[in-house]
Ligand binder design. Structure first.
Ligand code: CIR
Length: 252
């Protein structure tokens, strides 16, 4: 059960962040509306939501998920693989201080929270362009110290592990075709998204409600099989910047 979320407002220069998408430049006003809707939705699910101020020097900073990993036991402050994002962590730490004992990933190890998937007490850690093998093992060490278990998963292509797979409760994963056959995920019930809807693999499970991006009808129908409330949210602004629903909050 999540009780808290930390988010951050996108700043006026958010469109200068990193992106590989070919979807065009996002609009600031629309982004603010979508972000406000996101925050309102988290609140409607009973979470106490902290909204941090935009960080003008770090246009990607509203993707707060990448700056920390928060478990029921600890918070791990990351050292992002993206050089332009490294300064974001300094202002996440004080926001988490009241809630969890803090540990930190130390360079040259790199980790971004988008590569870390919590499924109950077990964590999958993606090794990607942003999370290096040293970072994955340092994180695994801290999680083990806190009583959690881990599996490392190579992320062959794409940004983060959670761009491709997310946990929906009830021993169920939503994931792309590419990851569906992987042995690491065999023991889970799987919802495999259609090839043209891979973005919707970034669906967020919060206190038995599913938040899913708007505009992915096949995925919506597949999710209905879980018999949980489903809320669709507009995410075009974040999507243009390679981000999605999980990326915009830390939940704990
Ligand atoms: C970046 O490339 O770092 C950002 N534009 C997007 C980060 C998305 N975060 C996430 O998937 N956890």
């Amino acid at each position: 059960m999540f009780t808290h979320a930390i988010t951050r407002k996108p700043g006026p220069n958010f469109a200068n962040g990193l992106t590989t998408s070919q979807l065009g430049r996002p609009d600031f006003r629309r982004m603010l509306e979508q972000h406000a809707q996101y925050v309102a939705t988290l609140k409607s699910l009973g979470l106490k939501v902290t909204v941090l101020d935009a960080l003008p020097d770090y246009p990607d900073a509203y993707f707060v998920e990448d700056a920390a990993i928060v478990t029921p036991k600890i918070a791990v402050i990351t050292h992002p693989g993206a050089i332009s994002r490294r300064g974001e962590v300094a202002s996440i730490e004080p926001a988490l201080q009241p809630y969890r004992p803090i540990v930190r990933i130390q360079p040259p190890a790199t980790v971004e929270g988008g590569d870390v998937l919590m499924t109950g007490n077990h964590f999958f850690i993606g090794i990607s362009e942003r999370t290096n093998p040293a970072g994955a093992s340092e994180l695994a060490h801290w999680l083990y110290q806190a009583g959690h278990t881990t599996t490392l998963v190579p992320v062959a292509a794409g940004l983060h592990l959670k761009s491709e797979v997310n946990y929906l409760g009830q021993n169920t994963l939503i994931l792309t075709e590419k990851l569906a056959g992987r042995p690491e995920f065999k023991k889970y019930r799987q919802i495999v998204v259609a090839a043209e809807e891979t973005y919707a693999a970034n669906t967020l499970w919060i206190n038995d409600t599913l938040l899913t991006p708007k505009g992915f009808p096949q995925t919506y129908r597949q999710l209905q099989a879980l018999n949980l409330p489903i809320l669709e949210l507009a995410t075009s602004g974040a999507q243009k910047m390679d981000g999605g629903l999980t990326c915009m909050s830390l939940r704990f």
